[in-house]
Design a protein around this ligand. Structure first.
Ligand SMILES: C[S@@+](CC[C@H](N)C(=O)[O-])C[C@H]1O[C@@H](n2cnc3c(N)ncnc32)[C@H](O)[C@@H]1O
Length: 212
């Protein structure tokens, strides 16, 4: 998949990838009320950067909070083999994501509902692309902190500022839009995470993550 993406002009990669997944149109959306943002898919370069830098590997459990049509969940699963799922407050979007994953025979899941009430306990890596703000974000961060009380987690935030969260430590990064944070709830830092990958895979992924 990375080699296929790398051959495409940068400006065509997202459209081609969404077409491959069958999520290449603009779905009708519900009004979501205060603090809940509408659907807009993440760019593939940011998704690949997340996979590289988190890093996400086959032993991770990845959750996209506000998963829309499922682009991030499906991409992360395809790229890493991680168990991946999404939670989405617009049931029509979650239903379409489930349908597409089923057609593609991808072993991923999409739950209907609000991230405030989602099952988060088994996850090791969380992703959010500007799904909510204000009180909803504060409530979800309280839930993530409860998960981090039991084990270290990684929180990947695209277009969302989590600097005020005192139990998260941001990794140094060159990225403007994407921030990666490690939890630090009790005691010393968790040991650094690692993913063993073929050098050629990493080189391709770095190209795609770099070229926007
Ligand atoms: C900017 S889109 C990101 C979609 C997807 N994560 C991606 O990056 O391609 C934000 C999504 O969050 C969903 N959302 C908003 N508030 C939510 C909530 N409280 N719980 C679950 N999903 C929510 C929206 O319906 C929308 O699909």
């Amino acid at each position: 998949m990375l080699a296929w993406l790398r051959e495409l002009p940068v400006s065509e990669r997202d459209a081609a990838f969404e077409q491959l997944l069958g999520i290449d149109d603009s779905p009708p959306q519900r009004p979501l009320g205060e603090g809940r943002m509408g659907y807009m898919p993440s760019g593939i370069s940011a998704i690949v950067r997340t996979v590289l830098d988190a890093p996400i590997g086959p032993d991770d459990v990845f959750v996209d909070l506000g998963s829309g049509l499922g682009k991030v969940v499906m991409a992360v699963h395809l790229l890493t083999g991680a168990r991946a799922r999404g939670v989405e407050v617009q049931p029509e979007l979650a239903a379409r994501a489930r349908e597409r994953a089923h057609d593609l025979a991808l072993d991923v899941a999409f739950a209907d509902g609000d991230a405030l009430n989602a099952n988060l306990d088994d996850a090791t890596v969380f992703f959010m692309y500007l799904p909510f703000t204000g009180d909803v974000l504060a409530g979800v961060m309280d839930r993530l902190r409860a998960v981090a009380e039991r084990k270290p987690i990684v929180v990947c935030a695209l277009g969302l500022d989590l600097h005020a969260t005192d139990w998260l430590v941001e990794r140094p990064t060159q990225e403007f839009w994407l921030a990666i944070y490690d939890s630090r709830v009790h005691g010393p830092d968790a040991p650094p995470r690692a993913a063993v990958r073929p050098r050629a895979w990493t080189a391709l992924a770095e190209d795609i993550a770099h070229e926007r």
